[in-house]
Structures are given as C-alpha cells and as structure tokens.
Write a protein that binds this ligand. Structure first.
Ligand SMILES: NC(=O)C1=CN([C@@H]2O[C@H](COP(=O)(O)OP(=O)(O)OC[C@H]3O[C@@H](n4cnc5c(N)ncnc54)[C@H](O)[C@@H]3O)[C@@H](O)[C@H]2O)[C@@H](O)CC1
Ligand SMILES: Nc1ncnc2c1ncn2[C@@H]1O[C@H](COP(=O)(O)OP(=O)(O)O)[C@@H](O)[C@H]1O
Ligand SMILES: [K+]
Length: 467
C-alpha cells in the first residue's frame, strides 16, 4: 500500500544524490537534511511503537546516519532504545550523528531481537549483494520483530531495479524526499509494506512519477457520439476477448464502439456496433472511415496468417492504435521495425512474457528495459504486472505498484486495452496512465474474486471519482 501524495516524483539513486547536492549547494547542510530525515522517521516509529522496546539498526553510510538521529530522538521522547551498529565512518554527517548518540550500542551480531525494529542499515547506497553475518543478523532480527520500519528502503534491495540483494521485508517504509523506483517495482515493492512519504525539503524533479488519479472532464453540452471518439476493436479467433475490450471502451468514455470481425462474438451489449470483416481488405476498407479515432487490435486476435494480415493493415492505418495480446506476439522481434515509423500515436500493452518476445532482455530492471524499449520503438509501452511501468517515447514515465492482485485473472488485460483505446480516442498525452488508473480503481472497487466482466461494470464508478 502506498500512502504518498498523488503523482509523487520517483527519483533514481543518482537523481536523488543530485537533488541532495543541489540542496547542499543552496546552503542546506548534510547534517540538517539528516536531522530532518531522522525526525520524520522517528515520528513514524513513535506512532507505531506503543511503548515497546526499539532496536535501531545503523549501517555504515548515511542511512545509518539517519538511524542514529532516530535513536537519539526516540530516546529523548522516552522510548527504550538500543542501537545495533554495522561498522561506520567517523567522518561526515553520519559520523557526527553517531557521536551524538550516547545510548547503548551493540554490534549487529550481538544484538538481541526487540519488538520494534528500525532498519537503517542500507538505503540508496546498496551497491552489491548483502552477504555473510550482516545478512544473517538482519533476517534474524527482522523476523523476530513485531514491527519493522525501514528508513528510506528496506535494506538489501537495489534502489533502481527493486532487485532483491538479500534484503528483509518491512512492515512500513518511510521514503525520504521522494519515492525511489524500488518502492514501485517487484520484488522490493512487496517488501516495503506500507510506503509513507516524508518531505524533507529536497526538491525532487524527475520524468518519472507515481500513478495519480486523473482529472477527467465530463462530456461537453454539445458533445455527440463522434466527438467523444469512435473506437474500433478488431475481433479475431477468440471473439470474447475483443468483446471485453469493446465493452471496456464503451464504459471507458468512448462515444461509439465498433467491433469488426466475423461476428462470432455473440451479440454483446446492443450498444456495440458490429461490422463484418472477413479479410484484411475488408478491414482496410473499414479503416478508411476518418471518424475513427482509435483502433484496438490484439485481444484474442490469434496468431495465424489472417491475424498477421489484419495486424499489417492496422499498423499501416493512420489512426491511433492500441496493440495488445496476440498482436504483440505476432510482432515479436520485428516490433521496432514495424512500429517505429508510425505517425499516429501507438500504445503497446505487453505483460512480461509479451515484452520478452519483442525486446532483448538487455541490462537493468523492468523500469530501464521499458524506458529504453519505448524510446527505440517510438511508442508508449504499458508494461503490465503487479508493478506496471508506463513509458512514453519522450521519456515520461508513470509507475504503478498498487493494484489489486485479483487482477491476475484472464481477460483483465483485454479490458485495459479497450480502456486505453477509449482514453486515447480524442488525442491525449496521458491516455495510458488514465486507463491504468481507471483499471486499477475499478479492480479495487470490484473487491475480491471478480472476473474481467465484473471489472467493466466498475469503470463508470471509477470515472465518477475523476470528474
Ligand atoms: N546524502 C544525504 O545528505 C542524505 C541521505 N539520506 C540517507 O542516506 C541514504 C544513502 O546514503 P549512502 O549513500 O551513504 O548509502 P547507504 O547508507 O545506503 O549505504 C552505503 C554504505 O553501505 C556500503 N554497502 C553497500 N552495499 C553493501 C553491502 N552489500 N554490504 C556491505 N556494505 C555495503 C557502502 O560501501 C557504503 O559504506 C539514503 O537512503 C537516506 O537514508 C538522508 O539522510 C537524507 C540526506
Ligand atoms: N499480481 C498482480 N497484481 C496486480 N495486477 C496484476 C497482477 N497480475 C496481473 N495484473 C494486471 O492484470 C492485467 C492482466 O493482463 P494480461 O496478462 O494481458 O491478461 P489477459 O491477456 O488474460 O487479459 C494487467 O493489467 C496486469 O497489470
Ligand atoms: K534501510
């Protein structure tokens, strides 16, 4: 769960260091920043401690410096505090905070578990896997604690990729200054517990931000069905999938939704307009309608020759395009060559498997890989999963790590593709993020054990929260 202001900037370790440096250059001392960080964490620790004994883990760097501030303040406020220290430098702000702590200090190995653990071993400086005694002690002490509060990040996770470098889970994490990618990327995001944000006066600017509730505008008085957007969904071998997309587009705000296929999809809602498409030529003819504002292709499309031919026609058209499911698999390693030349906006919505079929593994975690792929392919990529990364070709990124795990059921991706089609129908730089927010919110409203059809029914309520 993430309890941070909407659209909070997300800073990588390097960006965070630069932001801190800018603060120092503006005359704020490192001690002052550390004091602010420690104070913010100590307040949270005090809220959750209920008078129980506290063990503060202090690492060798600035995360450890914050930890000494936490220990000092908690002790001042009357808490029973012991520090378990892992080495540490004498110099700098962290050394100064260490020297200001005059309470009981033990080594990490000698530390006995206490009910409340404040984890200040490592933060954004985690650079290699945690090994040996330090790793053992961290796990031993955190498993035995009833409540673990992590300073900035749970120790042992890579800041920019969320990779597990031997870390231990926290009950809650206080993100200092800004969110870091690890707060929103698996597996770290799951190990952060509830993420709280502390504004410590570091002005963080970034092209990356966390998903926020969009501001949507209700239809204008003089709206008509075409002005609100005509979304065409291409039906394929599994017509139910395309119908889910089409229905999601209808409820996602489109004025008119057309389902183009061989009509095997049953009737669906009467509001859906069916158009017969037997061949790629038929589709091409239909796409000549310039009232169409967005096309969705891929859900249940199939992977045969006919599907490939339909995809070719859709890519060649000049409408905005959402490519999902089978269409992504059909693109495979040819995705960049076939998509990068499109002039109209294109959104690709792969899950991890589909992403892997299109792009080389490359270096880095999900964030880096998605950002780099979006730039190369000149399209927006919504890389789905429990951590969804929306990367735009211009470098803007929106990250979401807070969606219902009940979404892991067949057809919910088809719903998202339809929503993307509806949101982008009128030309909208934030369409993909709007669609992901509505999808996430609809899932939250649907509660447990919903199916993709139920999700569609919740979209209007989600929209209602944004207008
Ligand atoms: N720079 C600043 O002024 C501020 C920094 N802040 C805190 O500083 C943290 C970042 O501080 P640092 O850059 O010092 O980094 P950390 O304190 O996260 O850790 C760096 C230290 O850990 C060591 N290390 C890294 N991986 C290790 C491993 N696997 N095993 C053993 N040792 C390992 C490094 O050699 C270095 O000594 C932030 O997360 C935040 O908590 C806050 O106090 C705000 C102000
Ligand atoms: N464990 C999870 N937690 C949160 N969201 C998830 C999880 N698993 C899947 N999702 C979301 O559910 C949707 C599933 O899409 P997809 O895998 O394409 O399914 P389908 O093709 O069956 O429609 C995506 O929006 C994805 O982000
Ligand atoms: K930490």
């Amino acid at each position: 769960m993430i309890r941070v202001p909407r659209g909070t900037p997300v800073l990588t370790a390097e960006q965070m260091r630069a932001a801190e440096q800018a603060c120092f250059d503006a005359g704020v001392s490192q001690e002052e920043l550390m004091e602010r960080a420690g104070t913010a964490v100590a307040r949270e620790a005090a809220r959750f401690a209920f008078g129980r004994p506290v063990l503060v883990l202090a690492g060798p760097g600035n995360n450890g410096g914050d930890a000494y501030v936490v220990a000092r303040l908690l002790r001042q406020w009357g808490h029973d505090v012991i520090v378990a220290a892992l080495g540490g430098k004498e110099a700098g702000a962290a050394g100064m905070m260490r020297s200001r702590w005059d309470g009981e200090t033990v080594t990490l190995d000698d530390a006995e578990p206490r009910p409340v653990l404040v984890d200040g071993l490592f933060g954004t400086g985690m650079s290699r896997a945690l090994e040996g005694e330090a790793r053992k002690a961290l796990h031993r002490l955190s498993q035995a604690a009833a409540f673990v509060l992590a300073i900035d990040l749970p120790s042992g996770f890579a800041t920019d990729s969320g990779e597990d470098l031997g870390g231990a889970p926290a009950t809650a994490t206080v993100a200092l200054g800004a969110l870091k990618p690890a707060h929103l990327l698996m597996p770290a995001l799951e190990r952060c517990g509830t993420v709280l944000h502390a504004d410590i006066g570091i002005p963080g600017e970034s092209d990356i931000c966390s998903l926020s509730r969009p501001h949507l505008v209700a239809p204008a008085r003089d709206s008509h069905k075409y002005s609100r957007g005509l979304v065409l969904v291409v039906e394929g071998e599994m017509p139910g999938a395309a119908r889910l997309s089409a229905r999601a587009a209808l409820h996602g705000g489109a004025g008119y939704v057309m389902l183009a296929g061989q009509g095997g999809g049953g009737n669906g809602p009467d509001a859906l307009v069916h158009r017969s498409v037997e061949s790629a030529d038929d589709l091409q003819h239909l796409l000549g309608d310039d009232r169409i504002s967005a096309v969705v292709i891929g859900p249940g499309l199939g992977r045969g020759e006919r599907s490939q031919a339909l995809l070719g026609v859709a890519i060649a058209c000049e409408h905005r395009l959402v490519i999902d499911g089978d269409a992504l698999t059909l693109l495979g390693r040819d995705a960049e060559r076939r998509i990068s030349g499109r002039t109209a906006e294109t959104v690709l919505t792969p899950h991890e498997g589909e992403f892997g079929r299109m792009f080389d593994d490359g270096d880095g975690g999900k964030l880096d890989r998605t950002v780099s792929a979006a730039r190369r392919i000149c399209a927006t990529i919504v890389h789905k999963g429990p951590d969804t990364v929306i990367a735009h070709p211009d470098g803007r990124v929106v990250m979401s790590g807070d969606s219902s795990p009940w979404l892991s059921t067949a057809g919910t991706g088809d719903v998202l593709a339809g929503l993307c089609g509806a949101r982008m129908a009128k030309g909208n730089a934030h369409a993909a993020a709007e669609a992901v927010w509505l999808h996430t919110r609809a899932a939250a409203l649907a509660g447990p054990a919903f199916c993709a059809d139920d999700l569609i029914g919740r979209i209007p309520d989600a929209i209602g929260e944004c207008v």
